[in-house]
Design a protein around this ligand. Sequence first.
Ligand code: ADP
Ligand code: MG
Length: 818
Amino acid sequence: MVKQTIQIFARVKPPVRKHQQGIYSIDEDEKLIPSLEIILPRDLADGFVNNKRESYKFKFQRIFDQDAKQETIFENIAKPVAGSVLEGYNGTIFAYGQTGSGKTFTITGGAERYSDRGIIPRTLSYIFEQLQKDSSKMYTTHISYLEIYNECGYDLLDPRHEASSLEDLPKVTVLEDPDQNIHLKNLTLHQATTEEEALNLLFLGDTNRMIAETPMNQASTRSHCIFTIHLSSKEPGSATVRHAKLHLVDLAGSERVAKTGVGGHLLTEAKYINLSLHYLEQVIIALSEKHRSHIPYRNSMMTSVLRDSLGGNCMTTMIATLSLEKRNLDESISTCRFAQRVALIKNEAVLNEEIDPRLMIKRLQKEIQELKDELAMVTGEQRTEALTEAELLQLEKLITSFLEDQDPESRLEVGADMRKVHHCFHHLKKLLNDKKIFGNNTVSNTVSSESKDQDCQEPLKEEEYRKLRDILKQRDNEINILVNMLKKEKKKAQEALHLAGMDRREFRHSQSPPFPPGNPEEGQRMRLSSAPSQAQDFSILGNRSSLLHKKTGMREEMSLGRQEAFEIFKRDHADSVTIDDNKQILKQRFSEAKALGESINEARSKIGHLKEEITQRHIQQVALGISENMAVPLMPDQQEEKLRSQLEEEKRRYKTMFTRLKALKVEIEHLQLLMDKAKVKLQKEFEVWWADEATNLQVNSPAVNSLDHTKPFLQTSDSLHEQSQLFSNKSSGGWEVQGQGTGRFDVCDVNARKILPSPCPSPHSQKQSSTSTPLEDSIPKRPMSSIPLTGDSQTDSDILAFIKARQSILQKQCLGSN
Ligand code: ADP
Ligand code: MG
């Protein structure tokens, strides 16, 4: 058992704006516990309350400042936890902090660079690497990914890809068994045998999470996500299985309701989220107080799920993510305060071992069979389950003659067969019961007369007892002898089995030698054989039919007009730079991998040739020795020495290249998944933007319709150009729409779309969201299902024409204003 308090770490996010000096300081003296001091600027400290403090100091296990790399975070925070999970202990790492403070960045990672990958992908990489190294145990890994939103659980690893809202995902519920163990009904566990499979699951979950998010639910800031790695290990032949779970938790934003300033439906949600974090706080307060018997775990789904991680059988670590800017100081202080309370909680982690019942049954069955075989060997007879008719008849005869025999020394000899012994007892019991029911007459005369005799010959009783006791003793002895015999036989059989096993193992050793690092010769052989499969993996990577790819397949269903609009949208989208960059990197990595693959193949054949040459040389030397009648060549063969050193060199080169290729493979996989995800995001944002444009078109439709009278819309670019001309002619800084007021397009920055996917806000959408933040303005305020597009190419090309016309007006206006 390992007793330890929850470890707390702090991570400060780089500021969005220029660094604001003097807001915090980190004191990290080697000898002291590191502390973070948050200094309130004068204007905040001198508020209404006179005695407001000017600075707050918080202690942490370690504090990671803005420049801390993802690698450092993994090495210092996640690696030790992953290590104990590999040993069989439960582990949890959770990130807590306000929205935008870097929880997702820390737990999952950034979407742009490979080096930005967070704790989850790095931990997966580390765990699979360790599993590969350890051949003493058999491991199984499963992954689950749960999202909790508004007190409901959703399974993010739903492979159906139909979720356009959270409600489409399978609902997960919490069940508690009589032993108060928590079970999650409907949460699927997916087996992952390789790092790639596990990564695919992570990205599948993240993509489902992104797709299911709507402007209404903003799930990423208001939900909790729990990515769990379930690890089971077993030594070969053993029936004991160890289970360990590692929860990697991205909590909802910890900001308070009062600050969010939202009303209506959103407020209900905000309250919910805070309610769930509020219950987490309640649990933590209860745990940090001594002598509290009741811990309110059951109050929320999240605390129920993380029950073991908080004050239970788990090694838990918290990362307080901080965005230390002036406007966030109060939230940062409350995050640190929360961490200080968490640090008081003591957990007791134990190894989770259990006997695998299936294995136990198998072992017992085997043992029974072995014992039966031994018995057959000792007794010389083969036994079946039940006694035969003839045997039963024989036994009953024996019992009758035993009962009738007047000699007190007489014995009922049935042999060392428990089936027969049991049958005798049953038969005697039956006789006794019959006697009770029908009186002494119905049973054997001997028995009745004997008992009668005993009744009248009281003094005999004592002697009878003594004799019976003696007989019993004798029987005991016989049984003991038999048991000892059996034991000896069993031991012999086991020794024989053991010897046979050793022989087999030795045989296996000589067949396929292990791969110790100090034995390059053997190691090389294995590596060589796995190289083609590595190369094959690359080809698979190239045309991987990943589940994620299905999501990007949406474009095939688009009409031509929409496709064209999508291309424009994509070109202007901020993420396209990242996608292009990643595409470039991916290309480079691919060609590097290809070149490496070729070099590896070259090195392989070179190694083969060198070996062949050495063998030839050897044969020649021996032949020379024989022809010259010399048993051993006098001088060491220099040519052979040279060949050998060349071989060693080639092997070293091969090994270096192989390691690099392996790392490249992981990087390529990760980059591809990042790109897939970015594409899905782009697609989703396009749909939202498209729907917005469609609504605008509908609002302004009289104008479009009036144009329709004069010239029908065509899909050619010429006609589009004409269209835009028409629009621009009508407008001089704005254009009139009959009966609709002024449909004026503001001269706003065309480049706005470089940052936000929505072009200039229309008067319509402005009115709708006058109280919202600018970011919310860019997002349509309705669910995706109400998008009035049917994929009808005529309608879609109308929209496209409209958008293009608008774009052209904007450009003209921008040019005009310059
Ligand atoms: P949260 O999940 O807490 O709401 P995110 O992880 O989404 O916050 O972070 C918000 C933004 O800040 C993201 O764009 C993210 O890439 C960036 N970010 C967060 N932490 C860091 C960091 N340590 N270094 C660089 N960028 C970061
Ligand atoms: Mg987040």
